[in-house]
Design a protein around this ligand. Sequence first.
Ligand SMILES: Cc1cc2nc3c(=O)[nH]c(=O)nc-3n(C[C@H](O)[C@H](O)[C@H](O)COP(=O)(O)O)c2cc1C
Length: 186
Amino acid sequence: MDLNELRSLYLHRQSCREFADKKLPEDLLTEICRTALLAPSATNAQPWRLIALTGEKKEEVLPALQRLGMNAFASRAAALVVVAEGKNGGFMKVGALLKENEFVLHDLGLLTAHLVLAAEAAGVGSCILGWRDEARLRALLGLGDKTRVPVVVALGYPAEGYPVREKKRKPTEETFSLLTHRSDKA
Ligand SMILES: Cc1cc2nc3c(=O)[nH]c(=O)nc-3n(C[C@H](O)[C@H](O)[C@H](O)COP(=O)(O)O)c2cc1C
């Protein structure tokens, strides 16, 4: 895959909020998750866990994602993938002390990016859901009190005719700098 093809994938990936009434084969769902788990992480600690939910398990979790009428479309997703903190083996805590940084949420964000792009490459639509009741999610999934669950990703085939929207992004002059000379300003 060259950069142009990758860019096309990025342009085509969008938050899908209208899903077709079509099942997602379990082996494909598993393969998308396994591919995403190739994401990089600080000190390769892989401080994560993906929990894929379909059928009744998916239904059970939906209320934790739909407070105040938000994310109603998620009811039609074929699957939900919970992006949760996993075991860190103590690595991350030491790293945090040494580097004055705590990378777990950063790593979970990278994993999420890999997940939605892997889904897109497989022709599967996705929407990252950050609007959630984290405590309720933890309780429903039987996760420990301190386990962070920053997002859940809704997956499914986009509804027929669902348009690919033009990307709305800040002008790159605002978000990108290329510095080559000592006197350049960031
Ligand atoms: C951390 C995070 C949380 C998000 N939470 C929600 C959400 O709860 N519901 C929703 O419909 N979209 C959610 N989104 C999707 C963003 O609104 C979307 O990515 C952004 O508007 C850019 O649009 P695009 O994904 O179609 O390119 C979330 C995205 C991120 C990265």
